[in-house]
Design a protein around this ligand. Structure first.
Ligand code: NAI
Ligand code: BUO
Length: 260
């Protein structure tokens, strides 16, 4: 009998998170699809897609900016799916605003969703791994904006730099328990998030809708927009035994935009 392996993916109702859920299901993981309550229908569709791949799945509604929600989601995944092996802190939001206009409320919101959630996710997952005696893997969403600050994405860039810092620190703290902590740094991915960015940039700089997206895509060495599947290839590696000797890293998967 093969051992059950369970991965939890936050923000898995759409976009990159959905792509990660399907890829990890293809890799043999049962999947906890986590997203906000208003995404329940989309989340249930992802659950059905995972089941069509022959894996078990369930939707768990949670707001990742709330610690109790994340702890409860991890608990539900472990109990209902029978194990807990990989935590993917993928959920995030973007804000597209000049730095001089960002409000205190907006700053608190983006840090609560993009940063606090990653700390809570690391806390909840490491506690569960230790309880189950697992050498688990924690994987979080960074961005090219975690490596270089982007204008008009100042608060977003700051939040993703924070994810990089937390990843490096947590990797060192959790290494003695055999838990690895890494992050993926996508570039320009064709999801709902870039629809928001393109719309807001259009409102700010007056370029026609689609133009800001096109200019960014034109700067990608590999010459095309990134897909959730492109990101999923890297996350699949980080979730697999092939990455057992990799920790504290932020892996760029951007088609050639930034170079380290
Ligand atoms: N789209 C892009 O070009 C890039 C995206 N990323 C990062 O990848 C991650 C996923 O992004 P996309 O799929 O593109 O975005 P998206 O906007 O298409 O999907 C984000 C998902 O997160 C969920 N979510 C938002 N707030 C939440 C909360 N408080 N609790 C639970 N779920 C919540 C949304 O409901 C949605 O399903 C984000 O962390 C983003 O910052 C990083 C680099 C590039
Ligand atoms: C959404 C995002 O991370 C960028 C840099 O476009």
């Amino acid at each position: 009998m093969t051992e059950t392996k369970v991965a939890l993916v936050t923000g898995a109702g759409q976009g990159i998170g959905r792509g990660l859920a399907l890829k990890l299901a293809g890799d043999g993981f049962d999947i906890a699809v986590v997203d906000l309550p208003f995404q329940t229908d989309k989340g249930q569709s992802v659950v059905e897609e995972v089941k069509a791949l022959g894996r078990n799945a369930l939707f768990v509604s949670a707001d990742v900016s709330k610690r109790a929600d994340i702890v409860a989601a991890v608990e539900t995944a472990a109990i209902e799916l029978g194990s807990f092996d990989v935590m993917v802190n993928n959920a995030g939001i973007v804000q597209v605003k000049p730095i001089e206009e960002i409000t205190e409320e907006e700053l608190n919101k983006i840090f609560a969703i993009n940063v606090n959630s990653v700390v809570f996710g690391i806390q909840a997952a490491s506690a569960k791994f230790k309880e189950l005696g697992k050498r688990g893997k924690i994987i979080s969403a960074a961005s090219i904006a975690a490596i270089k600050g982007f204008p008009i994405l100042g608060a977003y860039s700051a939040s993703k730099f924070a994810v990089r810092g937390i990843t490096q620190a947590a990797a060192q703290e959790l290494a003695p328990a055999g838990i690895t902590v890494n992050a993926y740094a996508p570039g320009i991915v064709g999801t709902g998030m870039w629809e928001v960015i393109d719309q807001r940039l259009h409102e700010i700089n007056g370029k026609p809708l689609g133009q800001n997206l096109k200019e960014n895509v034109d700067s990608i060495a590999l010459g095309r927009i990134e897909t959730p599947e492109d990101v999923a290839g890297v996350v699949s590696f980080l979730a697999s035994p092939n990455s057992d000797y990799v920790t504290g890293q932020v892996l760029l998967v951007d088609g050639g935009m930034l170079y380290n």
